[in-house]
Write a protein that binds this ligand. Structure first.
Ligand code: SAH
Length: 223
């Protein structure tokens, strides 16, 4: 079945009712931003995983998407989106690590434009096809190592990183607008990673450590 037929099918484990149960669990876990909840109740997560995984798409788990990568768990997507949007609307958001495209899809319903960068061509091509089929036209994609950000469209009033670097790349600091917010997991593959919220004010950057998290590693170069 192609992506359109699958979205129309929308039955059983991929139905609206399953999606509603997923967002109920997000509320139970403390997600409070209703615009995030409503968006996640609408975006068809099962279309962002391979067909064989579709029935598991609404579990609160990360799932393999090929190339050793994973689609982030719904709770992580909800929490990071909520953190990014807290404190007022974000017009332009940079995402590093497109992966399946699900996080970008959720964000695209909540901000003016999403600029998303991925270093694995095969994953990016699949994500692009999904955006096209779903007619998410305000998502702009780029095949690149996200260590460099995407300077030509910056500065961004939101930056979200969905793989964990050891240290936040300088380019991402530089491309964050004053008044902007960045949500990024940091830490090595075998260390405990921390989710950081970095804000940029007139007087410089402010950083807070929010939670222990587990993300795939941030890698350099293209593949
Ligand atoms: N946001 C994705 C999560 C995918 S996992 C989703 O919703 O599905 C993280 C992704 O980050 C992987 O696809 C990985 O290839 C990508 N990644 C890791 N290091 C990167 C880098 N330096 N530049 C761009 N993408 C990177």
């Amino acid at each position: 079945m192609n992506i359109t037929a699958r979205s129309i099918a929308g039955v059983g484990m991929t139905s609206q009712r399953t999606r509603d149960r997923m967002v109920d669990r997000l509320r139970d876990r403390g997600i409070m931003d209703e615009s995030v909840i409503e968006t996640m109740a609408q975006v068809p997560r099962h279309l962002f995983v391979d067909e064989a995984m579709a029935t598991r798409a609404y579990e609160d788990a990360s799932l393999p998407i090929g190339e050793g990568q994973t689609i982030s768990q719904p709770y992580a997507v909800a929490r990071m989106t909520e953190l990014l949007l807290a404190d007022g609307p974000r017009r332009r958001v940079l995402e590093v690590g497109t992966g399946s495209g699900y996080q970008a899809a959720v964000l695209s319903r909540l901000v003016d434009g999403v600029f998303t960068v991925e270093r694995i061509k095969n994953l990016l091509d699949k994500a692009r096809n999904r955006f096209k089929a779903l007619e998410y036209r305000n998502i702009h994609t780029r095949y690149s190592d996200g260590s460099w950000g995407w300077a030509s469209n910056g500065p961004y009033d939101g930056i979200i990183v969905t793989a964990a670097p050891r240290n936040v790349p300088d380019a991402l600091y530089e491309q964050l607008a004053i008044g902007g917010r960045m949500v990024v997991p940091v830490g090595g593959k075998f260390e405990t990673q921390s989710l950081l919220l970095i804000t940029r004010e007139e007087d410089g950057f402010h950083e807070s450590r929010l939670a222990d998290v587990k993300f795939v590693p941030f890698l350099s170069g293209k593949s």
